[in-house]
Write a protein of this length. Structure first.
Length: 217
């Protein structure tokens, strides 16, 4: 158990996530102000087709927005990649969060648009994400799954290093695409961490079973 290491990683990730969350909050507030002033007017209008089929009944195509590939801002991608389990549990800024997540319980998503009540509820989810980030990295940092000789092989340190680099790039104009591309390294780090979480208990059970077989032989 390494609580100091866990506190250090939790502090680093919270320091990375908070400025990016504030950037997204400012973006939401600006969007709402522009819409209220009438500067942002988006309308979708379907015109009937001219020709021999003009008198035919209109056909409507229903699209499920949850099945579409969403586009997220760079700050959202960076925070998600650095804190994937915490984001999954809270449903933070997902277009279609699961009902059992914090966003699902507050009935907010990224489909119905930004309103005043949406922003208030999203602030609660932002706070919940911050708490989840601290709890996540206290566990990940305090209980390292492996102790390699090379520091970057350990998933927690690798994800933290990638998050620090991406967080700096995300706050610099014209560097957003590089930050998004580097987020792939953090996703791979989380897959490596989850693989270790599965392999560790399996290896322990195999060792116990082998010892019992040898003892009874």
């Amino acid at each position: 158990m390494q609580w100091r290491r866990g506190l250090l990683l939790a502090g680093i990730h919270l320091a990375i996530a908070v400025p990016l969350i504030l950037v997204l909050q400012a973006r939401d507030a600006e969007y709402l102000r522009d819409r209220e002033r009438g500067a942002l007017l988006v309308s979708f209008q379907k015109k009937p087709a001219a020709g021999p089929d003009a008198d035919s009944p209109e056909r409507s195509i229903e699209l499920n927005p949850c099945s579409l590939w969403p586009h997220y801002p760079v700050a959202h991608v960076v925070v998600t990649a650095a804190n994937l389990p915490a984001v999954a549990l809270t449903g933070w800024r997902m277009d279609c969060p699961a009902p059992w997540t914090l966003s699902g319980r507050l009935h907010i998503d990224g489909i119905h648009g930004i309103t005043g009540s949406w922003i208030v509820a999203e602030r609660r989810v932002d706070i919940g994400l911050g708490i989840a980030v601290v709890a996540l990295w206290l566990l990940v940092g305090s209980f390292p799954l492996i102790r390699p000789k090379v520091w970057w092989v350990e998933p927690g340190i690798c994800i933290t290093a990638c998050a620090a680099m991406r967080g700096a790039l995300a706050l610099v104009p014209m560097m957003g695409e590089i930050a998004q591309f580097s987020a792939l390294l953090a996703f791979l780090g989380w897959y490596w961490w989850m693989g270790l979480c599965i392999w560790k208990p399996v290896r322990f059970l195999l060792r116990v079973a082998t010892r019992r077989m040898v003892a009874h032989a």
